[in-house]
Design a protein around this ligand. Structure first.
Ligand SMILES: Cc1cc2nc3c(=O)[nH]c(=O)nc-3n(C[C@H](O)[C@H](O)[C@H](O)COP(=O)(O)OP(=O)(O)OC[C@H]3O[C@@H](n4cnc5c(N)ncnc54)[C@H](O)[C@@H]3O)c2cc1C
Length: 544
């Protein structure tokens, strides 16, 4: 009998995985896709839409699934019982599986209060309105911002450059444009050549660049930055911060992302895989999502008996950075029939512009849905080829750099976490059962426990997780902490300024924050103790 693969999701990673399994599975797998949204959204041209340079497309998911050899069931995954090999949906039904692939994507949330958050197609109109206000003379200064937590920053560069070109075409050269990013260099992930090229392009188009800074909030015409400074501006356009959906029974990070190994297997669970934006790999991009889906599909096919050696996920950013001003031959395809009116308009920065480079998805969409690949762009003036194998350590380093910046909030000379933390945290093991840990928490009168593996902090488990698990009717002597803890929790060190710790706790709604010393659990900071330390100090919004 065929192995039943259930794919939760109907986006880029889900469709690539279904196609890869059809190709590699040798008829040994049957694929069912489960998603709440009956359409497949093809979003790459969302940034071009407000400028009339392209359209976001969507397709009937049931039809695409059928063409990919899969079935489609409407529904939203809400929980996983990995032992029983069934999933729960938010409508209360259950679905059995042999192998589960979670590809539910991520939800964009606003990260900079006061800013216009650009999430995608739904925000096209707001960008159009902003352009109209600029043209009408109501707005004279616009800043574009990458908040901490967003590692894929390309869309904000594209929006800034397209806005600059749009205004230049209308002779509105006096409008001040700025771009703020926590990256050390513009588009840092793209390597030195890419960064240099884009910096020069930003300069040529009159966009002031501030690197190493996070936009925090826009208040009374001032965009506050961390670690320091402000920018005077009328409007801010910011990228969102992404979060993963909470799914009972799966290990997830604080932001809801699922940790996987190089073959997409969810840490600590057998026969459960994840791919795409919902995984804890920090770069959230379609091409990367398809590479993860391919790695998972190869492993699933091999486990089902197909004759192949599964290759691990090797993240590669491949394409061209377009910085020249006149690559006119792209225009026809990008304009998508908009016509000559757009011929003087700016071009996208990234090639291929209208295509997510998936090994199986790209040719499938071209054949089934008519999403054609545009003509080659290799001779575009100023084009910089990018083929960067993303080293997970450096990507994580970029994410960590942002955390450091976020943590450097004021308080240079003030109290530190060491002044308020407890130094005897309850530490448990990932394989402890929920019953054992509940007993330890009761005996020690603690509301949370740190989870350590070989002395290294790998998770935090709180009484809230315990309630969640018991509400899901798990058995206390069978369910393990590993399945219900928050993995890779946000942690601070004893030297972190107390204000930074409180900011993190209020931002995320935490009552406890682990304190580490070189990855080892060293203590726990409680919100009450932390607030006591900062009480009376100024410059921090606690919200109560
Ligand atoms: C404005 C914008 C422009 C972008 N431009 C590019 C680009 O040019 N190139 C590029 O490579 N990438 C681009 N991306 C990023 C790219 O779209 C994502 O990285 C990619 O779609 C991630 O794929 P995914 O399958 O993980 O998630 P998605 O494609 O978002 O799919 C998630 C799927 O899960 C479903 N789902 C949600 N909740 C549940 C649930 N509970 N149960 C089951 N299913 C669920 C959703 O309905 C959806 O079908 C862009 C993104 C945005 C927002």
């Amino acid at each position: 009998m065929a192995t039943r693969v259930l794919i939760a999701g109907g986006g880029v990673a889900a469709l690539e995985a279904a196609l890869a399994l059809r190709e590699l599975g040798e008829g040994r797998v049957s694929v069912e896709m489960l998603a709440p949204e009956p359409e497949f959204w093809y979003r790459p041209l969302a940034v071009a839409e407000p400028f009339g340079l392209g359209e976001v497309k969507h397709f009937d998911l049931a039809e695409l699934a059928a063409a990919a050899g899969a079935t489609f069931s409407p529904g939203a995954l809400s929980g996983v019982d990995a032992g029983g090999r069934v999933v729960q949906t938010s409508a209360g039904s259950t679905l059995p599986y042999d192998i589960l692939l979670v590809a539910c994507g991520a939800s964009p949330t606003a990260a900079v209060p006061g800013a216009l958050t650009f999430r995608g197609p739904g925000d096209t109109e707001r960008i159009r309105t902003l352009l109209e206000e600029i043209v009408a003379g109501q707005v004279e200064r616009v800043a574009f911002g990458v908040p901490w937590g967003a590692v894929w920053s390309l869309p904000i560069y594209e929006l800034a450059l397209m806005t600059a070109a749009y205004l230049a075409e209308r002779g509105l050269d006096h409008v001040e444009l700025a771009l703020v990013t926590p990256e050390d260099e513009p588009l840092q992930l793209f390597g030195r050549a890419g960064s240099d090229a884009v910096r020069q392009t930003l300069e040529e188009r009159g966009i002031a660049v501030r690197t190493g800074s996070c936009p925090v909030e826009l208040v009374d015409g001032e965009l506050r930055l961390v670690p320091e400074g402000t920018i005077a501006t009328d409007r801010v356009v910011a990228l969102p911060r992404l979060r993963g959906l909470r799914i009972d029974g799966l290990p997830q990070t604080v932001e809801g992302f699922i940790p996987v190994d190089a073959h997409g297997q969810v840490h600590g669970l057998s026969d459960v895989f994840a791919a795409g934006d919902i995984t804890s790999f920090p770069v959230k991009q379609g091409g990367i999502a398809t590479q993860q889906a391919d790695a998972a599909a190869e492993m699933i096919a091999a486990n089902a008996g197909a004759d192949l050696v599964p290759q691990p996920f090797r993240p590669v950013l491949r394409g061209l950075l377009l910085t020249g001003k006149e690559p006119r031959y792209l225009r026809h395809d990008i304009a998508g029939g908009v016509g000559e009116a757009s011929s003087a308009s700016p071009d996208p920065l990234w090639w291929p512009p209208a295509k997510i480079v998936g090994r199986y998805l790209a040719p499938f969409l071209a054949a089934v849905a008519g999403v054609e690949s545009p003509v080659e762009a290799t001779s575009a003036p100023g084009a910089v080829p990018v083929e960067v194998e993303l080293d997970p350590a450096s990507v994580r380093g970029l994410a960590a750099l942002q955390w450091e910046i976020a943590a450097e909030v004021e308080g240079e000379d003030g109290a530190r976490v060491a002044d308020a933390m407890s130094t005897d945290p309850l530490v448990v093991a990932p394989e402890d059962t929920l019953g054992e840990v509940a007993e330890k928490m009761r005996a020690a009168e603690r509301g949370s426990a740190l989870v350590a593996d070989s002395g290294r902090l790998i998770g935090i488990f709180t009484s809230r997780d315990l309630l969640r698990a018991f509400a899901g009717r798990v058995h206390p002597s069978e369910a393990r902490v590993r399945q219900w803890m928050t993995v890779d929790p946000i942690a601070v060190t004893a030297a972190t300024p107390i204000e930074a710790a409180v900011t993190l706790m209020t931002e995320y709604g935490f009552h406890h924050l682990p304190v580490v010393d070189d990855e080892r659990p060293a203590g726990m900071l409680g919100l009450r103790q932390a607030v006591r330390q900062v009480r009376g100090r100024t410059g921090i919004g606690l919200g109560f």
